[in-house]
Design a protein. Structure first.
Length: 265
């Protein structure tokens, strides 16, 4: 059994480890391979226009590096949030790696072949041994069913986890709606869990109209039907918000160092 200190350390590493790769990010400059600053100077320095107007400079390279690196930061933070979510669920509810995974198969176009699609987490009520934990999760599912007008009986909940949802990407929305329909058909409600508050309001409304509860990373929000941190505290039984508060200084220091490396040429 991990101590509270060991658990904090393990969770910090799950969240931050993917971000460390961002410090070594190099832009591809339109090609297929990463480009170092020395190579950038050769490429841009040999281009008459770019040389004449001053684009073959350290600042321009740093701008390219930062532009691609910011996208990488958000992507890697999403990976870290997904891993953290799954590990907290496993540890707190005493579930195995296999129990917290959910996948399903669908045909590929008009062929006999199948492709496997996965979501980021699962809680099946029969897998939860502790009565209090199982009753809390069951009550939360029933509340979501009533709130979203879902009439069928459900055996659990599956999750799609993201750090935020800044875009209104229709392809992503349609993929989530398809996942939700597949989950309901198999007896699960699908929840969209965001660790931040970054989400387009119109997109959120569309998800909830499609029977997908959306949890945002709001702090101080007591509604566990709509708040990620209230859900963890009240339903799962682990105060994830308190974890972030306790570990904020060390995580901020490491991320600032990563950003400083990313913003330099």
């Amino acid at each position: 059994m991990l101590t509270s200190t060991d658990r904090d350390s393990a969770y910090r590493d799950l969240l931050i480890a993917p971000l460390r790769d961002c410090a070594d990010y190099l832009p591809k400059m339109g090609g297929s391979e990463p480009v170092s600053f020395d190579s950038f100077q050769v490429i841009y320095g040999s281009d008459p226009l770019y040389h004449w107007v001053g684009l073959d400079t350290e600042m321009m390279y740093a701008a390219h590096k930062a532009a691609g690196g910011m996208t990488s930061i958000y992507r890697q933070l999403g990976i870290g949030c997904e891993r953290l979510f799954r590990e907290v669920i496993k540890d707190t509810l005493s579930l195995s790696e296999e129990q917290v995974k959910w996948r399903y198969q669908v045909p590929i176009d008009d062929t006999d072949r199948l492709k496997t699609l996965t979501l980021d987490g699962r809680i099946e009520l029969t897998d939860v041994v502790d009565d209090d934990q199982r009753n809390r999760i069951s009550a939360w599912i029933d509340h979501q069913r009533a709130r979203l007008n879902i009439t069928q009986e459900l055996k659990g909940v599956v999750f799609e986890v993201r750090q935020g949802y800044k875009s209104a990407d229709s392809k992503r929305q349609n993929g989530d709606l398809s996942n939700s329909a597949q989950a309901l058909g198999r007896g699960y409600i699908m929840g969209l869990v965001l660790m931040s508050t970054q989400m387009n309001r119109a997109v959120r409304a569309r998800y909830e109209l499609a029977n997908i509860p959306v949890l945002l990373g709001t702090s101080g929000d007591e509604d566990n039907a709509t708040s990620t941190f209230a859900f963890f505290r009240d339903v799962i039984g682990y105060d994830l918000g308190d974890f972030f508060e306790r570990n904020s200084d060390s995580m901020r220091a490491e991320v600032i160092q990563i950003l400083e490396e990313l913003l330099s040429a």
